[in-house]
Write a protein that binds this ligand. Structure first.
Ligand code: SF4
Ligand code: SF4
Length: 443
């Protein structure tokens, strides 16, 4: 009798090791900041928060319209921005490059778009020959990049030419005026940059990477590989993920490294599955603490020594001074000067006249009326046809006029008085100290 056959045992199900809990990644943080930066980049010229209007010689900053001849404040603003960038580099290393720089943001974006089209077309049109798929992916990518280049060039040129004016030039395909030619050239350069140059720009053309080497010190934030226990499994995911094409394990001071933290995410992803922490970290200086180390809040913010505290105080002080300078700035600027071709003249009624010139610049956004009066000049009359003088927004006007006085007993050869200018939009009166000349023997 044949033995009864034993049914095979069902295969034992091996449960995979649970994945580590989801955690934030520097990649997510960067992409969120990149999106915010793009919104700010587009919004700044259209809201006049920061823009240089070259044709009209204006500089817009935080809603203030500065004229090019207000060079002092413009210089002050430029120096403040420069100082802020240098100080940030010293404390936070190349955070600007990886988190804020438009060149990096749009280079990464163009790479993502290119690989997205390649993946989609390979998947959807898998039956096509390889050459045709490559052509279709390239055509789609270059079309999107062409439209994006026009848009980016338009936004960039809007920092220097008024956006509505620029739009008119774009709609009429203007290639004759400087604004139109600039827009076309910037479009072409943007297209070439994001198709050919991309991150190569950072290591070849941009001076900031070289400058960074001089700005950092022992407490500057950088990305560092630490493997005291020899836990690296040589998976090289940190190398493959790096869009600057380097191996962070060789040195934290490589010129190409922009401290983006993508390799930290990569190592965390690989070793996290094995229950181990990442070997790559953000650290304060090569020998300093990681960001995760417990420390006082000011250390976590990067204020790790007296030098950094002083720098932060200078930035605060500088920012406060800038705010004060902008808030004390007058929208309507009045300048007064006597005209001394003729020291004085005596008119047909016997009154003595002196001649003056005023220049009124309205740097505000609404029309202003400026009224002139005299103070401490007896029986004076200002012979100005339109008093108050109306000055439209953005306009500069000049007037010349006589001031006539009756002779009076106490008059001197030189009489000090004030020419007053009252501006209705600011509801302020300025006194300009002037002199009125009388003939000898006037008494
Ligand atoms: S080495 Fe790391 S931090 Fe440096 S650029 Fe490459 S991915 Fe970013
Ligand atoms: S990702 Fe981490 S484990 Fe893999 S090679 Fe890089 S440092 Fe080593």
């Amino acid at each position: 009798m044949a033995a009864a056959s034993v049914p095979p045992k069902p295969p034992v199900k091996v449960r995979p090791a649970p994945l580590p809990p989801p955690r934030f990644t520097y990649h997510q943080v960067r992409k969120a900041i990149h999106l915010l930066c793009v919104l700010i980049f587009v919004a700044l010229p259209f809201t006049n928060l920061m823009r240089v209007d070259i044709p009209n010689q204006r500089f817009y900053f935080l809603g203030s319209e500065l004229w090019i001849n207000e060079f002092g404040i413009i210089f002050f603003v430029m120096m403040f921005l420069l100082f802020a960038i240098v100080a940030t580099s010293m404390i936070y290393g190349r955070m600007y490059c990886s988190y804020l720089c438009p060149q990096m943001i749009f280079s990464e974006w163009s790479l993502s778009v290119q690989s997205w089209f390649t993946r989609k077309i390979n998947k959807k049109l898998s039956t096509w020959p390889t050459a045709r798929k490559k052509f279709a992916a390239g055509a789609a990518f270059y079309t999107v990049l062409g439209v994006a280049s026009i848009f980016l060039a338009f936004v960039f040129t809007s920092y220097f030419v008024e956006p509505r004016d620029l739009m008119r030039r774009l709609m009429s395909l203007d290639l004759h005026t400087a604004g139109g030619i600039t827009g076309a050239v910037v479009t072409l350069l943007t297209f070439l940059d994001f198709t050919l140059l991309r991150q190569r720009f950072c290591t070849t053309v941009c001076p900031y990477g070289y400058l960074q080497g001089m700005l950092g010190d022992d407490n500057t934030l950088l990305v560092h590989y630490r493997d005291e226990k020899g836990a690296c499994i040589e998976c090289k995911k940190c190398v493959r993920i790096c869009h600057m094409g380097i191996d962070i394990r060789e040195s934290p001071y490589q010129m190409e490294c922009i401290h983006c933290g993508e390799c930290i995410d990569a190592c965390q992803d690989v070793l996290g599955r094995l229950g181990q922490p990442t070997l790559i970290h953000y650290v304060w200086g090569e020998k300093g603490n990681t960001l995760e180390t417990k420390a006082p809040w000011y250390h976590k913010l990067g204020l790790r020594d007296a030098k950094r505290v002083v720098i932060m105080l200078i930035i605060l002080f500088y920012g406060f001074g800038l705010y004060a300078a902008l808030s004390m700035r007058r929208e309507v600027l009045v300048q007064v000067a006597p005209v001394r071709n003729e020291l004085y003249k005596i008119d047909s009624t016997g009154r003595v006249r002196n001649h003056f010139r005023v220049k009124i610049a309205n740097r505000g956004s609404r029309a202003a009326n400026v009224r002139f009066d005299t103070n401490r000049l007896t029986n004076a009359q200002i012979l100005l046809e339109d008093n108050p003088v109306r000055v439209a927004a953005g306009e500069t006007v000049e007037r010349e006029f006589d001031i006539a006085v009756e002779r009076w007993p106490e008059a001197q050869l030189v009489n000090h008085f004030a020419l007053q200018a009252t501006t209705d939009t600011e509801n302020k009166t300025d006194d300009f100290a002037q002199t009125f000349l009388m003939p000898q023997g006037v008494k």
